[in-house]
Design a binder for this molecule. Sequence first.
Ligand code: GDP
Ligand code: GDP
Length: 439
Amino acid sequence: MKRTVALVGRPNVGKSTLFNRIVGGRRAIVHDRPGVTRDRHFAQAEWDGRHFWLVDTGGWTAETKDPLARSIRDQIISAVDEADVIVLLVDTQEGVHPADEEVADLLRRVQDRVIVAANKADALPNDLSHHAFHGLGIGTPWPVSAATGKGSGDLLDKIVALLPQEPEADEAGVVQVAVVGRPNSGKSSLMNRLLGAERTIVAAEAGTTRDAVDSPLRYHGRTLNFIDTAGLRKRPKVKDDVEFYSTLRTARAMERADICILVIDAQIGVQAQDLRIAEEIWDRGAGLIVAVNKWDLVEEKDTSTAERGRAKVVDRVPFLKNAPFVYVSALTGLRARKVLDLTLQVEERRRRRIPTAEVNKVIHALTDRAQPPQKGGGEVKLYYASQIGTAPPTFSVVSNRPDTVATTYRRYLVNGFYEAWDFFGVPIRLKLKRKRDRR
Ligand code: GDP
Ligand code: GDP
């Protein structure tokens, strides 16, 4: 699992410059917040084979009486809660600033997770200006020049050394489950409900105490491991950070998940952001269950209310017709077990393997019903097909002209697969391959 590193420090010390240097060309996820002068970012980074998420705490509000101190404090409070390593950036060309001391005070109680990076030490290795920051009293300052890159390798060595160890390779048979969705949809309430539904919560293994961010649950002889539940339970104290960390957490949890439970607030309905999350889950090849929560608050809740709601969503995002919707209440416990049952079912389907003879029978039936459209003179032929992978199920179809098979026809085939076999909740992948000419 990727870990999180936060960059903190007062404005202009070089946080964005260092962020860009560490992240390199990777795409940062921008989180634009209304009413602030700067957007915030997070991105994936890698050093020495260790992967982590880098979070920039550059946001800075100017509307309070003592904006500088307030903004810094807010960012740091969240960073301390959310990040595994906190990099305090200071400016060697300015020397120790009163705000640096204030930040250091806030970080003192988590000092073993803090690295002081003394930036703008452009004259390295002959630059000694970073020594002044010993005075902050929260550890050795490491000189760096974000602008030139000098010292950045050593700094990254220090950072990754503080990252918690990656957990052991996943135990065979454990289903990794992520509960995702917008803030306030009821993720942590639902989590608590699910974990409470079965009493036998697996004890955290020895040696993983710092790592106990996940909650494993035994259910019908299987272990469901709910990812990053510690993150779900605590909520940033700073209102402005709720959305930001929620997006980061979702990205982090989805990375490891076999199954994602997307929690929607029934009173609010499906929002654009929910659809983006659903799409990403599907693209990643994880199973998807849509849990429409707070069903206790819906006045007219018969099956037709539910079906109408679902139909509207499927209208906008057709692939969602292949995902189960379950109408739950974290508050009353309505259908909590149903969510767990679906999780096991979807995971089983995700690992399903269809015999090659059967795949070919279905492909032939589908091509008999509708031939692939001809393109640019020449016939497009599909010869044979097989399932080449599971989790997610991946099918290969061999054709004489794979590149000319239209997207609509590919969709027709995939829909045919969903009709032929039960892959409800699971994304099916289709690969068209060229028939190799044999002599
Ligand atoms: P932030 O407000 O903390 O994100 O700071 P920025 O990354 O925007 O940098 C503030 C200013 O410091 C910009 O003009 C940068 O070009 C400059 N800067 C950043 N890193 C260095 C460095 O290592 N050396 C020097 N000389 N300038 C730097
Ligand atoms: P999260 O931000 O997605 O983790 O959401 P929470 O679990 O913190 O829930 C947000 C709010 O919705 C809290 O006030 C919950 O008590 C409330 N809530 C969660 N689930 C339900 C539900 O099923 N019914 C009702 N009526 N309220 C709920």
